[in-house]
Write a protein that binds this ligand. Structure first.
Ligand SMILES: Cc1cc2nc3c(=O)[nH]c(=O)nc-3n(C[C@H](O)[C@H](O)[C@H](O)COP(=O)(O)OP(=O)(O)OC[C@H]3O[C@@H](n4cnc5c(N)ncnc54)[C@H](O)[C@@H]3O)c2cc1C
Length: 389
C-alpha cells in the first residue's frame, strides 16, 4: 500500500476509524438507510458503538467537549468514512453532532441557545446560502436583511438547503449592503424556523439519497442579537464553512472513495475471466487501476500538506480549491472506471459502486463546481507567474 506515514497519533486515529468502517459500516451497506437517513435502529447502534470505541465527539474541539477539532484529524476521519456508502455522505455524523465551523464562532450569548443544544443533539441546524438565482456565484444573491430597530427583516428565497425542513434554526446568509456584496455587504443570521414568515416551499428529488429543500422568507423578523459576528462578516463566515468542506467532505471523502474503488476493482479484476484471461492481466484494465492509484497518492499528499498548514494558521485558500476539485473529479473518475471494470454487475446495487458514482457526480457540483474552483485558482496562477518589469 502507498506508504505515506502519518504522525503516530493520527495513525492511531486512522486505524480506529478504519476498524469502525470495516467492522460496522461495510457489512451493512445497502441495508442501512430508510428515506434520506440511516434507519433509526442502525443509527442508535452505530452511535452506541462509537461511544464504546471512544470515537464519540472525535471531530469536536476539546474546549467544546470533544476530542480533536483540527483539520488533520478531520482529513483522517473523512478518508476512512469515505470508503463506505453505509452512511449518507451529507449526513455523516455518527460520531456525534457536527455543528460546523460557524457555530463555534458564535458570541457567548448565542452559544447557550444555538451551539450547545446542537452539540447535545437537542437541536438541528442547516446552512442556507444558495438561491434559485445564485449558486456557484453566491455573491449574486438577492435575499436581503434590512435593519429595523432592534431587528433585521429578511426577505428572499433559498434553494437546495440540506435538512432545511428538519432544522430548528438556520444559518441564513443575506445581503445587508447590496452595493458592497462580497466585500462587506453580506451577513449571517441565526433564524429560528418557527419565526413567522419562514416557510419550506418544497423538497427537491435528486438522483442521490439527498432531498434538499427550497425555503421562503417573507418579512421574517430576526432579533439583531442573532447576527453572527459583525454586519458584513457573512461571506467570510460562509467561506470558513466551505473551506472545511472542500478539504474534508470533498477532498478527503474523495480519497476514501478512490481507495474503496481500488479495493473493489482489483478484487474483481483478479476473479473475473474473459476470453481466457483474467481482467487483471489486461493492460487496459491495469491502466485504469494505475490512474486511480496515482490519483490517490497525489490527493493524499495534497490533503496532508494543506491540512497541516491550515492547522498552523496559514492561508490555504488556493490549496483548498485544488483539493476540492481534484478530490471530487478523481473520485468520480475512480467510481466510473470501477464500474467499467465490473461491467453490468457494477450498475447494480449488489455493489456500492453505483451509489459512489451518483454521489461522486453530485460532489463535483455542490459547494462550488469545478469550473469555479479553477477560476479562482487561475487568478493565483497569473499572480504567481506573471513577470513584473
Ligand atoms: C444535495 C445538495 C445539497 C446542498 N446543500 C446545500 C446547503 O445545505 N446549503 C446551501 O447553501 N447550498 C446547498 N447546495 C447547493 C450547492 O452548493 C450549489 O448547487 C452549488 O454551489 C452550485 O450552484 P448551482 O447549482 O446554482 O449552479 P449554477 O450557479 O447555476 O452553475 C451551473 C453550472 O455552471 C457552471 N459555471 C458556473 N460558474 C462558472 C464559471 N465562472 N465559469 C465556468 N463555468 C461556470 C458550472 O459547471 C456549474 O455547475 C446543495 C446542493 C445539493 C445538490
Amino acid at each position: 500500500m502507498l506508504k505515506l506515514e502519518l504522525p503516530a497519533k493520527y495513525e492511531a486515529l486512522r486505524q480506529r476509524v478504519r476498524a469502525f468502517v470495516d467492522e460496522l459500516l461495510i457489512p451493512i451497506e445497502n441495508a442501512s438507510t430508510a428515506g434520506t437517513d440511516l434507519k433509526p435502529e442502525i443509527r442508535a447502534r452505530l452511535e452506541d458503538e462509537a461511544k464504546k470505541r471512544d470515537l464519540w465527539m472525535l471531530h469536536v474541539p476539546p474546549e467544546f467537549g470533544g476530542q480533536a477539532g483540527d483539520m488533520f484529524s478531520k482529513i483522517v476521519i473523512w478518508q476512512e468514512l469515505g470508503r463506505s456508502i453505509a452512511i449518507p455522505p451529507r449526513r455523516w455524523a455518527v460520531f456525534g453532532p457536527d455543528p460546523g465551523p460557524i457555530l463555534y464562532q458564535l458570541a457567548e450569548h448565542q452559544r447557550e441557545k444555538y451551539l450547545w443544544p446542537v452539540l447535545r443533539g437537542e437541536k438541528k441546524v442547516a446552512f442556507a446560502q444558495t438561491e434559485p438565482g445564485a449558486g456557484a456565484d453566491p455573491a449574486g444573491m438577492s435575499t436581503t436583511a434590512v435593519r429595523d430597530g432592534d431587528h433585521y427583516v429578511i426577505n428572499g428565497r433559498k434553494r437546495f438547503i440540506g435538512f432545511g425542513d428538519e432544522a430548528d434554526f438556520i444559518q441564513v446568509v443575506a445581503l445587508t449592503d447590496p452595493a458592497k456584496r462580497a466585500r462587506g455587504g453580506i451577513s449571517s443570521f441565526l433564524v429560528d424556523t418557527d419565526t413567522p414568515g419562514f416557510r419550506v416551499v418544497r423538497q427537491l428529488e435528486t438522483m442521490m439519497i439527498d432531498r434538499p429543500v427550497e425555503l421562503e422568507f417573507v418579512n421574517v423578523r430576526v432579533p439583531a442579537e442573532n447576527l453572527i459576528g459583525r454586519e458584513g462578516d457573512g461571506f467570510r463566515l460562509a467561506q470558513s464553512w466551505i473551506t472545511e468542506g472542500r478539504l474534508a467532505r470533498h477532498g478527503a471523502r474523495g480519497a476514501g472513495v478512490i481507495e474503496r474503488c481500488l479495493e473493489l476493482g482489483v478484487a474483481y479484476a483478479n476473479e473475473r475471466t474473459t476470453f481466457g484471461s483474467k481482467l487483471a492481466d489486461r493492460q487496459s484494465i491495469q491502466f485504469m487501476l494505475v490512474d486511480m492509484y496515482q490519483h490517490l497518492y497525489q490527493l493524499r499528499l495534497m490533503l496532508y500538506d494543506t491540512a497541516r498548514r491550515f492547522d498552523a494558521g496559514e492561508d490555504i485558500r488556493t490549496e483548498s480549491y485544488l483539493c476540492k476539485y481534484f478530490g471530487d473529479e478523481s473520485a468520480f473518475h475512480a467510481a466510473d472506471r470501477c464500474m467499467q471494470i465490473h461491467g453490468a454487475i457494477g450498475l447494480t446495487t449488489d455493489y456500492p459502486i453505483e451509489t459512489f458514482w451518483k454521489q461522486a457526480r453530485s460532489f463535483v457540483i455542490t459547494e462550488g463546481p469545478t469550473e469555479v474552483m479553477k477560476m479562482v485558482v487561475a487568478r493565483k496562477v497569473f499572480e504567481d507567474f506573471t513577470k513584473t518589469a
